[in-house]
Design a protein around this ligand. Structure first.
Ligand SMILES: [Zn+2]
Length: 258
């Protein structure tokens, strides 16, 4: 299977609509192809977004009335043209459906752009936590195992379009043990990995896209604590199973570097 075939099959694959043989081919390709793996992640993220109850909304009465009136207008003009009693013309139903679909898609993209802040936050927290869990389950915690920030930082050169700040806090109980590339919210990010006693902290770093916020945002999901902040044009997501106080101490250390 090549990448184009993989792209063609990925939606039915996610929806379990492929026969076993085809599903195995897609699965093998996704396992081996670093180009297509992000595609799977982004489709899954989109799916999670579409399942988000905050995106499932009642059609407002005003919109319903507009669609009904547009359908009536189309029906009556078709009636005038044909000069006999007419049903709703065949083309207006797909048009109305397409309009509704466009609205849903529009909401999804608004959401990805951060204009629906709460659900964007929730979806991102889910991605950050699953990125953390994935890193612990797979044999992929570290691409560059090193406790030396001066080894880890240059390792990202040429692999990302930005150069993430890399700091070590061993003397404060948070030991840098390495880094890797990861993929959050459809973007390649730097993941720095720290050790706190027997716990692992993943710190995801990407260039700041939305505006600067003063406050640190904190979340808890599935037993993990998640903190989000920005500093110096970068956005940070820290996630770990360490207690909330320790994670906050870690974030404070990072933020003090401003
Ligand atoms: Zn591929």
């Amino acid at each position: 299977m090549n990448c184009q075939e993989c792209h063609d099959f990925i939606d039915p694959y996610i929806d379990n609509e492929l026969d076993v043989a085809a599903a195995i081919l897609v699965k093998q390709h996704l396992r081996d192809c670093s180009h297509c793996q992000p595609l799977l992640e982004s489709r899954k993220a989109l799916r999670a977004l579409l399942n988000n109850p905050q995106l499932q909304f009642e059609v407002p009465d005003s919109l319903r009335r507009k669609i009904q009136s547009a359908l009536r207008t189309a029906a009556s003009s078709a009636k005038h043209q044909s000069g006999r009693r007419s049903f709703i013309p065949w083309f207006s139903i797909p048009l109305a459906l397409a309009a509704a679909f466009t609205i849903v898609l529009g909401l999804v993209f608004l959401n990805q752009g951060g204009m629906l802040a709460p659900s964007r936050g929730n979806a991102l927290v889910e991605e950050v936590v699953s990125g953390h869990v994935r890193s612990l389950l797979a044999t992929h915690l570290l691409d560059v195992p090193s406790t030396d920030q001066h080894t880890v930082k240059p390792w990202f050169d040429g692999k990302l379009k930005f150069s993430p700040p890399v700091l070590d806090f061993t003397d404060r109980g948070f030991r840098l043990i390495g880094g890797r590339l990861d993929y959050i919210n459809g973007r390649e990010v730097a993941a720095l990995v720290y050790q706190r006693n027997k716990h692992i902290i993943n710190l995801f770093i990407s260039p700041l896209e939305s505006g600067h916020t003063e406050a640190v945002q904190s979340f808890a999901k599935d037993g993990y604590n998640v903190l989000h902040w920005d500093r110096g044009g970068f956005e940070f997501w820290a996630v770990s199973d360490v207690n909330a106080g320790d994670l906050r101490a870690f974030a404070d250390l990072e933020m003090k570097q401003a």
